[in-house]
Design a protein around this ligand. Structure first.
Ligand code: ZN
Ligand code: ZN
Length: 143
């Protein structure tokens, strides 16, 4: 009894030493280098019918998508209040309900926010009138 030679402190020191003597343990403990952190969207659509996580996109695709997300975020959003002439979202063919989150396109067409955001990541034109959304946006930036 009381013959406690093996203390936890001694164990810890021997473990630390074991790590120290291994080659290059310092380098491996460094955090990964900062990657491009402009946008945080789980899945991207560089082209129709193509979905890829950000890590598999080329730099060019990442820039293009980042710009597109930036443009989409500049489109005004609102809550459907029942006063608009447009009563149906042509993307999901569903009627707007009062209180739905909607997004307004420059051509004055409105869609469910979720529907049009998904649509615009694939095709940057209004699904009703085929007017290019980015052209209208860019012209509003110019003036
Ligand atoms: Zn919809
Ligand atoms: Zn339109």
């Amino acid at each position: 009894m009381g013959n406690c030679l093996k203390s936890p402190t001694a164990d810890d020191i021997s473990l630390l030493r074991g790590n120290d003597s291994q080659d290059g343990s310092e380098a491996s403990s460094e955090p990964p280098p900062p990657y491009q952190e402009s946008v945080h969207v789980p899945m991207y659509h560089p082209a129709p019918n193509i979905s890829r996580p950000a890590s598999q996109l080329t730099e060019e695709e990442q820039i293009r998508i980042a710009k597109r997300i930036g443009l989409i975020q500049h489109l005004p959003t609102g809550i459907y209040d029942g006063s608009k002439k447009i009563r149906e979202c042509v993307i999901c063919m569903g009627e707007f309900c009062v209180g739905d989150a909607v997004r307004y396109l420059p051509c004055m067409h409105i869609y469910h926010k979720e529907c049009i955001d998904d649509w615009l990541m694939r095709s940057f034109t209004c699904p009703s009138c085929m007017e290019p959304v980015d052209a209208a946006l860019l012209s509003t930036y110019e003036t």
